[in-house]
Design a protein around this ligand. Sequence first.
Ligand code: IPM
Ligand code: MG
Length: 372
Amino acid sequence: MTKYKIAWLPGDGVGNDVMEAAKLVLDTMKFDAEYVHGDIGWEFWCKEGDPLPKRTTEMLKTTDCALFGAITSKPKEEAAKELIPELQDKGYVYASPIVRLRQEFNLRTNLRPCKAYAGNPLNFREGIDITVFRENTEDLYAGVEFHPIPKDVMDILNANHPKMKRFAELPLDDVAISLRIITRNAAQNIIRDAFEYAKKHSKKNVTIVEKPNVVRETSGLMIREARKIAKDYPNIELWETNIDAQCMWLVKNPEDYDVLVTSNMYGDIVSDLSAQLVGGLGFASSGNIGDNYAVFEPTHGSAPKYDGLYKVNPIAMLLSVKLMFDWLGEKESVDKLENAIAKVIAAGKFRTYDMGGNSSTLEVAEEVARNL
Ligand code: IPM
Ligand code: MG
């Protein structure tokens, strides 16, 4: 019996390339695990009308956690055209499988560390070390959307909110609605996770990034919960900022920020911005973490034009493996892997194209393995 059973989900495009790099490093570390392959991605949408087949979610339930490569996502009209002819016009609607995984497994916390490793030529500046906590299941990602808006929905909104009047006067097909839903429970969980992380890692500040001056109810709820929870952490400062200003501050004074906590859509935006400060998506790892299950994935997408070329940077994937070790409680492996990655970045001998080099995905991974 191996110690762990890990779901192996390469997905689409360069997902395969970076997962191969991860496997090479895991094997070198003699990580005691069995890996179970899961079908997920574009291929299964086209063939079966479901990019996340039920057999895959059932399999995940038998594992400790999952490693995930990348997935193609396209707007629903474009996706519909790619179904096999037999499935055309059957009413299948494409939904991003990673968003579904996050919701179906209640992986409520999206953890996205953005750290400038010394010697990375792509660092915006040295000394940046920001960890983004992004709520992962609600907000505009809840998927409650209407277009056209059903008449009874329009009527109810109009009857209950004076600001609806100017929309209610329009043809139903001329109005699209995406609901921003935030629950107290989810707000409390993500904020608590951010503070706990700050405490554990002796961080000085947690910044709640919202927009309560305009989006009063949802952002307001987040801010109020943050103020309450902050009281339990007297040694950590709570800063409150608006998403727009925060983007500016991140470019101006990124070194000032330790932990950012925010809702799903703002977190999506601010985590890409933070990633670029430390070298771009090639360095951006993430963990989708729930109470009993987690999926670790690089933040980058499937980059179809590089599919199978072994050109992309494996570091985001390898740092995601590091997050997995941390979640599993394999502390020694966390440090070992992070040190090896840091050494390879600092030495600068093996660099993928994004760093101005011409090493392949696997050459960088092999060099990390040699430095373990
Ligand atoms: C991310 C990605 C996803 C998201 C996409 C691929 C659905 O941008 O993980 O940040 O929006 O969450
Ligand atoms: Mg994103």
